[in-house]
Design a protein around this ligand. Structure first.
Ligand code: SF4
Length: 311
């Protein structure tokens, strides 16, 4: 039998067709700018666990002073766009099946803002709030959905695609749990449900070996009672309150975020890459304030000395 000619498998350096949509999405995101908050606040629920320095700087700087992510991160914008489409379809399916409300806005806490006005500390939108008649013991539910790449999905459900084995499941990210908790508290929910949809399904072979169902290959869900989620929201609100007090005292908060185990993590934006080239400080790698943050330097610093900030 004749052999096929060996192909060249190196991708071209500049795709002219395949990246067209990604570029359009990034351009549209730049034009749209940042999404308006539900209420003017120090932070959003979606900032859950985010670096305190980043929250402080975002509240102080104009949009023009923050690096334009759409310019730099076409890949991130494209991934977000795909996730958003999926998200809208899932919410539509949930409402068609169970009723309930989507994109429910709420706010929590209060603080005196830079102008002296009293503002809410945190605000956001719950993906879905409602009751499932066939699971009425769950009471009023607040639901939060995330789409995940294979790394995040596998870690959450406890699967190792390389070794074809089960791992210990880590559940949704800490930031997702805290974000969901704040929505659940603000919407007076009895149960918080967090959902995850994989952007890359577990293979048929691995699912067969691990006795996973067809649904397990692409999605997972976790339920938390009020006794579990309410303390997460309380801790995050206390952290936001502390950030607000520091800003009101003329200080820019230190570079501290909340890690995977809900522990404080000190960040260093100059160490985004480790010696082996593996990203270490991933929060900083994705941060639009990295350039400004490196310029400012470490530690809580006096706002009066920060260029571009008027206080
Ligand atoms: S670069 Fe890192 S330390 Fe600096 S504000 Fe962003 S996340 Fe925080």
């Amino acid at each position: 039998m004749a052999r096929y000619t060996a192909p060249s498998d190196y991708p071209v350096q500049h795709p002219i067709l395949t990246g067209v949509l990604a570029q359009m999405v990034a351009d549209a995101a730049r034009e749209e700018g940042r999404r308006e908050t539900a209420f003017p606040t120090l932070a959003r629920y979606s900032d859950a666990g985010k670096c305190a320095r980043a929250i402080g700087l975002t509240s102080l700087l104009d949009e023009g002073q923050i690096d334009d992510q759409a310019d730099e991160d076409v890949a991130g914008q494209f991934r977000m766009w795909i996730g958003k489409i999926l998200h809208e379809h899932v919410m539509g399916a949930i409402v068609a099946t169970y009723g309930g409300e989507v994109e429910v806005p709420s706010y929590l806490g209060a603080y005196k803002g830079p102008t002296g006005d009293v503002m809410a500390l945190e605000a956001g939108h719950a993906d879905w709030v409602g009751v499932v008649a066939s699971a009425s013991d769950l009471g009023r539910i607040t639901y939060e959905l995330k789409t995940e790449g294979s790394f995040g999905f596998d870690k959450a459900i406890g699967v190792n695609r390389k070794t074809y084995t089960r791992d210990i499941p880590h559940g949704p990210r800490a930031s997702t749990k805290i974000q969901g908790a704040m929505n659940a508290v603000a919407n007076d929910a009895d149960t918080l449900i967090l959902g995850s949809i994989a952007m890359d399904a577990i293979s048929v072979g691995l699912a067969e070996k691990l006795q996973m169902s067809a649904f397990d290959r692409i999605c997972a869900e976790w339920r938390y009672s009020r006794a579990e989620f309410a303390p997460w929201a309380k801790d995050e609100m206390a952290r936001a309150q502390f950030i607000a007090e520091q800003l009101n005292d003329g200080m820019l908060p230190d570079r501290v975020a909340i890690g995977d185990e809900m522990e404080p993590v000190a960040l260093d934006p100059t160490k985004v890459q480790s010696d082996t080239g593996v990203p270490k400080q991933w929060q900083c790698a994705y941060c639009r304030l990295r350039r400004v943050c490196v310029e400012i330097g470490p530690g809580p610093v006096q706002l009066a000395g920060v260029r571009g900030v008027t206080c």
